[in-house]
Design a protein around this ligand. Structure first.
Ligand code: TXA
Ligand code: MG
Length: 334
């Protein structure tokens, strides 16, 4: 594959040597790698992304390789403003513009018709591109300084939980990328809400960091289609997308604990503490925002334990709770 290089900074990665990514806050370095067609992990308010030049099909292909992501699962394209994004969009419907004005930068991704500047590899051949403006100062500045947008899926190997710290990225993709831009722990902790437009209806394809309750005042007609493995509009929404290494069983925790051997399980609870059991409590005060921030870290920590099962429960099903429940259900899906 042809590779654009800048100096010799990317050579160890081109040779696929077992080197670790550098982690830091050096925007100039991140820019240099991205301009050379290389991958850089970037912080966003939702989760860390694995970024490459969205106008460069060879660079975008490298994302699929590094993540071992199937080519039918398209990438979200990040920009620093709606005005900049217009350069690669065919049109921005009035409804989309209203939502963009209200919620960007923020955890909302809009499916919009693309023009020829976005290569087909980015959208897996679909006519729409998923676009969002992330609300993280480091990445926003990076996007402002670049003259191309960044294609960036979550920075995890395909089928694994999304990373919410630079260390999570280092652990799993550190030997496949040169640089991780460290923006601290992610403020939201679950991925963006993905929506598309069907005539006068707003369709939610993925529940995420922007809650339905926040969207409702602006969108009188919302349709939820989150489990869309059979839906060609959001091909990546496979039901078991978030499956961790240890089987996750969801239900009433007190009942589950009567049926399993306490030595063989770890508990992932919303707010309650269960004495004598290895566990992670998402938010002892019952705060859904805190629970979302902790969710993926909790799954990562629990699956390192020497247990046979992770027992979990659903959280209250409103606000960010819906996205948390969606991820827990996917983690528990066989
Ligand atoms: O919060 C987020 O959205 C994070 C950060 C890094 O921005 N990104 C993220 O990307 O979660 P990823 O690739 O892990 O999930 C994107 C989802 C996939 O399920 C994919 O199938 C869907 O968005 N998607 C992307 N482009 C699409 C398109 N053109 N049409 C339909 N679905 C699309
Ligand atoms: Mg992902």
């Amino acid at each position: 594959m042809p590779v654009k290089e800048s100096g010799n900074i990317c050579i160890p990665f081109l040779l696929n040597m077992n080197v670790k990514a550098t982690t830091g806050t050096d925007l100039a370095k991140a820019k240099e790698y991205l301009q050379a067609g290389q991958l850089v992990a970037i912080p966003t308010e939702t989760v860390y992304g694995l970024a490459a030049n969205a106008f460069d099909s060879a660079a975008a292909l490298r994302i699929f390789e590094a993540k071992k992501r199937p080519s039918f699962d398209p990438l979200i394209v990040h920009s620093s403003s709606l005005e900049k994004a217009r350069s690669f969009l065919k049109e921005v419907p009035a409804e989309a513009q209203r939502l963009a004005n209200a919620f960007w930068p923020g955890p909302l991704t809009l499916l919009l018709p693309k023009n020829e500047k976005i290569p087909d590899v980015v959208t897996s051949g679909l006519p729409h591109v998923a676009v969002r403006i992330p609300r993280h100062p480091l990445s926003l500045q990076l996007l402002q300084e670049l003259d191309f947008p960044l294609a960036a899926p979550s920075a995890n190997p395909f089928g694994y939980v999304s990373p919410t710290t630079a260390a999570h990225v280092q652990e799993q993709l550190g030997d496949r990328i040169p640089y991780i831009l460290d923006g601290g722990p992610c403020e939201v902790g679950v991925e963006s809400t993905i929506i598309g437009f069907q005539e006068n209806t707003v369709v939610v394809y993925r529940l995420g960091g922007m809650s339905i309750e926040e969207l409702e005042p602006l969108c009188p007609d919302i349709k939820l289609m989150p489990h869309s493995s059979s839906n060609p509009q959001a091909p990546g929404q496979l039901k078991s997308h978030y499956a961790p290494r240890i089987p996750v069983i969801s239900g009433n925790l007190r009942d589950l604990l009567t049926r399993y051997n306490k030595e063989e399980v770890a508990v992932l609870s919303f707010r309650d503490f269960y004495p004598g059991i290895q566990q992670f409590t998402l938010s002892p005060s019952g705060n859904l925002k805190e629970a979302a921030q902790n969710l993926f870290k909790a799954l990562r920590e629990l699956e390192k334990l020497d247990v046979k099962y992770i027992l979990t429960e659903q959280v209250p099903d409103y606000g960010l709770g819906r996205a948390i429940n969606d991820r827990l259900a996917r983690a528990a899906a066989k």
